[in-house]
Every structure is written in structure tokens, then in C-alpha cells.
Design a protein around this ligand. Structure first.
Ligand code: PAF
Length: 281
């Protein structure tokens, strides 16, 4: 796999790719890839001739008390993993390359960013949207693939593409889980053995409510109470939010319908984990 670290280098390379009439897919990541990311690479390979994976820990999307400094990074490992899955180009720019100066112009989504994770992470989604818009402009992909685990992020990116008439197609891939249900995340490496066991409560709680929905329960209050009691019963898990929302507006619903999303964020020790399930999927 070829690695480009500069915007000019990547653009020159992709110009020659496109001159051979090849289509380009982008998989934006912050690196330290796991199987969830690699399935995004698989999907990208099926949809385009040339797959670019970006690896960039974006400082703009981390809050002052968050894990920017300790976020895991390993370019050579990511390079081996993506090569094995057929990616063609890695784009691994420095912070200086992406932000020679702090951007004055940023993308914000005031209402949608105030919901779910955004409510607890002020500025996070503006940082995400701004870097994703930059990556779209740098790579100019035909398609970009994101993961459903970052559900709110995928909603915001689709909305950005629609509101700003961007030409890229957005594909969102289902969550990849460990055999016991834990959603894969680069942050799972922060968990101790004990916390790793406790963390299963997130997916178990969501699965339990989704099963109740499948059996006919439609009351959001009932579905949330069931999930909440499972989470609250797990020592070491502190729920930040648990909500049942409509998939496009992220508004809370009272009566659940297929396609609504049950989303959770919880701290397991100091590690903040998120997960979600689409009802009736
Ligand atoms: O989902 C992520 O890893 C990041 O938020 C993204 C989309 C790569 C932007 O930095």
C-alpha cells in the first residue's frame, strides 16, 4: 500500500488514478484500525476501483479533557492491515499539513450537534464535519464509507452532503462486534479485564430492548426502562445517555417504529463507550 503524507502528493497520485478512469472510495479513520474499520475497507473495495484510507487523529474533534494525547497511533500496523484488505493508498498527514493555521471557517450543525453525544462533547461534531469536508475536498472521492457505530456522526455527514450539495455518495456499514456483543472500538484497548467484562452490558441492554421491540413492545418508556435497568445493574458502568431517537432528526420518540435507533453512551471506568441498535433491523 502506498502512503502519502502531503496533500499535494496525494492529489498528484489520485490525478493519475482518475486519468485511468478509476473510481475512488475514501475510508476516513483516525487510525489504530480494528476489524470494524477493515470491513469499511472491504465495502469500499467492492464499490470503487481505488481505495484511499485516511489516518488522521483530528485535534479539532477532541475536547480539552479528552484523550487526544493518548489516542493510540501505529502507522506501520495500520499499513500492514489495510494492505492485506486491498486498500491502495493511505493518507497520513501531520496536524501541520491539515491545519497550517487554525481554521477560521468551520462547519457547524447547531441543532443536530446538540443531541446525544454532541450535547456532552461541545465542538466535537463541528471538528468532525470540518475535517471530513476537508478530506472530501482533498481526496474528491466518488464514495465514502463510515461505520454505524458512530451513528450521530453518520447522520450529520449525510446532512452535510445534502445541505452543501457535495457530490460524494455516503455508505454506512453495520457495527462489527466481538463474539460477546461488545462493539469494536479503538478505545476498547483502554479497558482492564474487569471493565472489558462490564462493557458487554451496553450491547446486552440494547439487544434486550430490540428483542422486546421485535416482540411487539412499542412504548419508548418501556424499551428504555428495560435497557436502563440492565445497565444500572452493572457495577462499573455509568450511563451518560440512553435514548430512543428518530434516525434523521435525532428527536426522541415516544412510540417506537422500525428504523428508530436506540443509542447509548456510558463510561466504563474512565473510558467512554458508545453503541446503538436500529430497531426492527
Ligand atoms: O469516525 C472517525 O474515526 C472520525 O470521526 C473521522 C470520521 C475519521 C473524522 O476524524
Amino acid at each position: 500500500v502506498r502512503t502519502e503524507t502531503t496533500i499535494a502528493g496525494l492529489r498528484a497520485h489520485l490525478k493519475s488514478v482518475r486519468s485511468r478512469a478509476q473510481t475512488v472510495a475514501l475510508v476516513p479513520t483516525m487510525g489504530y484500525l480494528h476489524e470494524g474499520h477493515l470491513t469499511l475497507v472491504d465495502r469500499a473495495s467492492k464499490r470503487a476501483d481505488h481505495v484511499v484510507v485516511s489516518l488522521f487523529v483530528n485535534p479539532l474533534q477532541f475536547g480539552p479533557a479528552e484523550d487526544l494525547a493518548t489516542y493510540p497511533r501505529d502507522l506501520s500496523r495500520d499499513s500492514t492491515l489495510t494492505e492485506a484488505r486491498g486498500a491502495h493508498t493511505l493518507f497520513a498527514p501531520s496536524v501541520k499539513e491539515m491545519y497550517p493555521k487554525m481554521p477560521e471557517i468551520v462547519i457547524t450543525a447547531p441543532a443536530l450537534s446538540d443531541r446525544l453525544c454532541g450535547h456532552f462533547r461541545p465542538g466535537h461534531f463541528s471538528g468532525v464535519l470540518t475535517v471530513v469536508a476537508k478530506l472530501f475536498n482533498i481526496v474528491q472521492p466518488d464514495i465514502a464509507v463510515f461505520g454505524q457505530k458512530d451513528f450521530q456522526q453518520s447522520v450529520l455527514i449525510r446532512r452535510m452532503v445534502s445541505d452543501l450539495n457535495l457530490t460524494v455518495e455516503i455508505d454506512v456499514a453495520p457495527i462489527v462486534r466481538e463474539p460477546d456483543g461488545l462493539a469494536l472500538s479503538s478505545r476498547n484497548i483502554y479497558l482492564s479485564a474487569e471493565q472489558r467484562t462490564a462493557a458487554v452490558a451496553l450491547s446486552s441492554a440494547l439487544r434486550w430492548s430490540a428483542a422486546q421491540f421485535a416482540q411487539g413492545e412499542r412504548s419508548a418508556a418501556a424499551l428504555l426502562t428495560a435497557a436502563r435497568s440492565l445497565l444500572d445493574g452493572e457495577t462499573g458502568v455509568t450511563v451518560q445517555y440512553l435514548e430512543l431517537v428518530a434516525p434523521d432528526t435525532l428527536d426522541s420518540v415516544e412510540t417506537a417504529k422500525p428504523g428508530d435507533v436506540l443509542a447509548v453512551a456510558a463510561f466504563v471506568g474512565k473510558t467512554r463507550l458508545i453503541d446503538n441498535v436500529v430497531l426492527g433491523a
